[in-house]
Ligand binder design. Structure first.
Ligand SMILES: CC(C)(COP(=O)(O)OP(=O)(O)OC[C@H]1O[C@@H](n2cnc3c(N)ncnc32)[C@H](O)[C@@H]1OP(=O)(O)O)[C@@H](O)C(=O)NCCC(=O)NCCS
Length: 157
């Protein structure tokens, strides 16, 4: 399998916060943000693996400030590290106030996706090559996060 660079699968996804997805205070539901994080993360994972993926885990998420209806959510995802049939993807969520142009960081998350073939079997994923300093840092840190995740998974079992 030929290795691929991180930049080949970097993905972006934007969506306007609409009243349909508001909580009783008129802000965006946290669950809607989580859904978009899963979608944007899956885009980078599928682009890298070029096959279907399933979400194996989502690390904890903070919601640093409310998203108001009418604001624009902008998500960006990249593959941090490939293990064998699984990979860690990082997703960052920014929110733009369209009236002022102010942009805030509201959430970040790490997701693990597993590559699956048409018969539902797990399949190996091409290695990812980190090139920039940030990509190399994320690559190194991903190994530590995976250890923690697998320990938590073992405890749940
Ligand atoms: C994720 C899933 C494919 C793992 O299957 P499994 O039979 O437990 O397979 P394994 O234990 O061999 O795990 C496969 C890979 O996923 C990794 N993995 C599995 N669960 C994980 C978790 N919770 N966090 C991080 N990595 C995980 C394993 O470490 C392994 O990685 P590697 O091949 O890169 O070394 C399976 O549990 C599943 O299908 N879950 C449902 C997924 C889904 O439907 N998601 C949508 C939300 S419901």
């Amino acid at each position: 399998m030929n290795p691929k660079s991180v930049r080949e699968s970097i993905s972006e996804y934007s969506e306007l916060a609409l009243p349909n997805d508001a909580n009783v205070l008129g802000n965006l539901l946290g669950g809607k943000v989580m859904h978009l994080v899963d979608m944007c993360g899956a885009l980078a994972a599928i682009r890298h693996a070029r096959c279907p993926v399933v979400t194996a885990s989502i690390d904890y998420m903070n919601f640093l400030s409310p998203v108001r209806i009418g604001q624009l959510l902008m998500l960006r995802s990249s593959v941090n590290r490939v293990f064998r049939t699984s990979m860690e993807v990082g997703v960052k969520v920014l929110v733009e106030d369209l009236a002022t142009g102010e942009v805030r960081h509201t959430s970040s998350a790490y997701l693990t996706f597993v590559a699956i073939d048409a018969a539902g079997n797990r399949v190996p994923i091409p290695p990812v090559i980190p090139e920039t300093e940030d990509e190399k840092r994320r690559y190194d840190e991903a190994a530590r996060r995976r250890e923690h995740r697998l320990q938590m998974r073992q405890k749940e079992k």
